[in-house]
Design a protein around this ligand. Sequence first.
Ligand code: ATR
Length: 269
Amino acid sequence: MKKFAVFGNPIAHSLSPDIHQMFAESCDQDIQYSRICAGEDTFEDEVRGFFDDPNAVGCNVTVPFKTRAFVMADVKDDAACVARALNTLMKVDGKYFGYNTDGMGLVRDLAALDISLQGKQVSLLGAGGAARGVIMPLLNAGVEKVAIINRTLAKAQALVDEVADTRVQVASPDQAGGQLIINSTSASLHHELPQGVAPTLFTRCEMAYDMVYASQPTSFMKYACEYGAENQADGLGMLVEQAAAAFHIWTGCNPATFDVKERLRARLS
Ligand code: ATR
């Protein structure tokens, strides 16, 4: 039986095993997918130990190990290189191949939500790892401009300097935002609205997207709705789509995602 795992700490909450089992069923595959709560000092050894099993095919990596997984990988895709972090690993001929499918997950979920990205202006709240992972995939999907809005201005500026693309700039939260406003901050994890977010941000907003998911609309989604965003979504769809991209890398199969999103949503409520 093919073996897979997700490494993180904490990891008990992870939906990845459920998502990948659903994919495997729909693709007629028999897999084992485990949660591994890796130790701070032992993450790399635990990943190597996992791949020592000849049945091990691939693993996902989540908080707080995405940057360390990037360092471990011998070969990395472009998205992982820009993010300097990765969420998907596989081992082929003794080499670790690393991928970051988060940005692709966001882009695919937006497409599933019927949001066109071509020529659009995006305001991206936050300048951490989650933001870093989605900037290039958004631009590659046709987005015209990405305005980075962050509580700590210097961090937003550092990210913009690093990306070094004229389409990516720093903006202040009280400026009118783009057609797509994405919350990549960790504020929703603490049931908070991102500090500094202002009503004017949503003046032209077609979609307010929170990368965090929850059983109820997040504070960000509720605020966006109140101040005129036409649509709001949380990150459950992105989670499923990034997993589908990983499943394809490992198995060559493209699992259907719509039913998986519906089933997880029903389970959350
Ligand atoms: P991740 O890797 O998940 O993106 P991170 O690197 O810790 O996590 O980044 C979290 C981001 O959320 C940061 O941009 C942070 O803003 P600062 O750079 O000012 O710390 C942002 N953030 C977290 N909580 C926030 C809050 N309550 N309001 C606004 N921004 C917040």
